[in-house]
Design a protein around this ligand. Sequence first.
Ligand SMILES: [Zn+2]
Length: 427
Amino acid sequence: MRGMILPENLPKDFHLMCKQMKLIGPFSQILTMDNLPYKGPIQDASMHLIRNAGVIIEDGCITDIGDFDVLSTNKKITVEEIPGPSVLLPGFVDAHTHICFAGSRAADYAKKIQGKTYQEILAEGGGIHYTVEQTRKANLETLKQGTEKRILRHFSSGVTTMEIKSGYGLSVVDELKMLELISMLNEEIAVDLVPTCLAAHVRPKEFDHNTDYLDFILADILPEVIRKNLSGRVDIFVEDNAFKPEEAERFLMQAKHMGFSLTVHADQFTTGGAIVAAKTGAVSADHLESSKDRDIKALVDNDVAAAVLPGASLGLAMPFAPARRILDAGAGLVIASDWNPGSAPMGDLLTQAALLSNFEKLSFAETMAGMTCRAAKVLGMEDRGILSSGKLADMIAFPTDDYREILYHQGMMKPEMVWKRGVIYNN
Ligand SMILES: [Zn+2]
């Protein structure tokens, strides 16, 4: 069991501790993920691979990267030596999570593996409404503890930037409670958190009609989100038992008009969502397990990134999204965890991506790009996800001298070292 990184070891202003220029290395291999296309297939041979490599870091950013022996000729630089074989990659960016919640859905899971359907579990008081009830009931400290624990577990697995959605509050007070907590944790700990307002997750029991609830979000929740500067992103769950495509389209256009960037839960069980994402100019359409060729084409034609969530397929025992087909059609494939208490409880992004890679025949480059450069772009954070001069020194090192070992171990080889803005956290 790897040691848990304690929050007190991760102060947000810690880059101040890293002002001094230092050289880190030698790494057996560095995969910079630089100069790769944001859309379409990628061969492993197109990756920029540097052997016996080093990185120079100053003030939390990379200032140089290249051959370790050449870089170490500058005797003024302090060297942070890497013992043993090591492969360096950019820190992972998880562009889709729901890790701010209270309560466990282990009881639901037990019923599911006994063969009960989602509808039966819902009727017995489980499902998403149970998580909403628990999250509303939880005091801030309880909600904070659980969320922080998940963030730090993710961080120790190499995720140095993570998106977190609201969506278990579904009222003004409770949606703001979630977003305020994410913002508070973002200030307190070093990991960068990107909050997204998912008030349009499902219609809460207090409302009889979807349109009334969506109007309520537009009139009462989003203006407060803007006023308190809690999120610049809006998401909606487009699905038969959540919000219909035409309801979502109207909602998203109004949210866009208010200044939000858009993302959509699309085509998980039925199609419609990807088309809505394409029509409304969303940055990404996420899920896509049921997408047909015309849905994928709409994403490609409108420059909408395609985020697949293998953790949800594993959680629900359903087929993976057609990631190979999505890439071959020319889309920008992002791989995210969808970590949530119901359909994706595992939360191990690398394991999920490794399994998806095997089932869908994704190259190492395609798999890693989906969790680094391509994921960072979806979040509008192009200062990371690539190791090159000027980018943030968010980096992860695996204990091997051959990058191919990482997917070969199917998620069980974890990074041994994680750097956030140039500061190291050993696992
Ligand atoms: Zn989701």
